[in-house]
Ligand binder design. Sequence first.
Ligand SMILES: *Cc1c(COP(=O)(O)O)cnc(C)c1O
Length: 233
Amino acid sequence: MIDPAERDAIARGRASVLHRIEAAAGRARRDPLDISLVAVTKTLSADRVRAAIAAGLDTVGENRVQEAADKRPDAPGATWHLVGPLQSNKARRAIETFDVIESVDSVDLAEKLSRIALELGRSPLPVLLQVNVDADPAKAGFAPDAIAVSLPPILELAGLRVDGLMTVGRLVADPGAARPTFVALRVLAERLRAADPRLGVELSMGMSDDFEVAVEEGATHVRVGRALFGARP
Ligand SMILES: *Cc1c(COP(=O)(O)O)cnc(C)c1O
């Protein structure tokens, strides 16, 4: 059962976020259709995820494999992205649960995902490589100066399709303060793609507090939770 009031409230949140994405795209002379909204549903019940999908949110992001594996059977009809860190012992479960893995942060993990994707007939598995642009010790991701070395062997893996890069920006009080991180990810992606055009063009960056700045700086995926669903408990 989907609660219609719940669905309508989420639909209003979605309309508002899409409107803000469109305005930010306009400021940057970008086509808003090049930007996809990943609705981050971590901590939301399967019922609310179902309501979100009914409200038109067709791409959901989760940061834990087990939580998503538990909810997905009860919330069909969307594409699921893993946006949180992935431990190598959960790689198989992650592939069984998600359509896209945005948080690949080591060559070892990429190799394992490739092997399992081939084994499960899920190849090529779409992935993004997470970059720790700000070298924040609390965050996962390739160091920006290490990825040039790690990328070539990853691009050779038959089981993966590397769609682009992802980053988690710093928590900042003023959204504009996140801009340098987003610019740095875009510049890094351009440089890497000049060296090897097999790297895809997607840039996953920006969350509730700063997704408009991310869109202005080239995001193709924004990962938004609270601006759609309200504060998490
Ligand atoms: C929780 C989370 C988001 C969404 O955060 P909000 O502030 O709720 O928009 C985006 N990306 C990742 C990796 C997250 O863990």
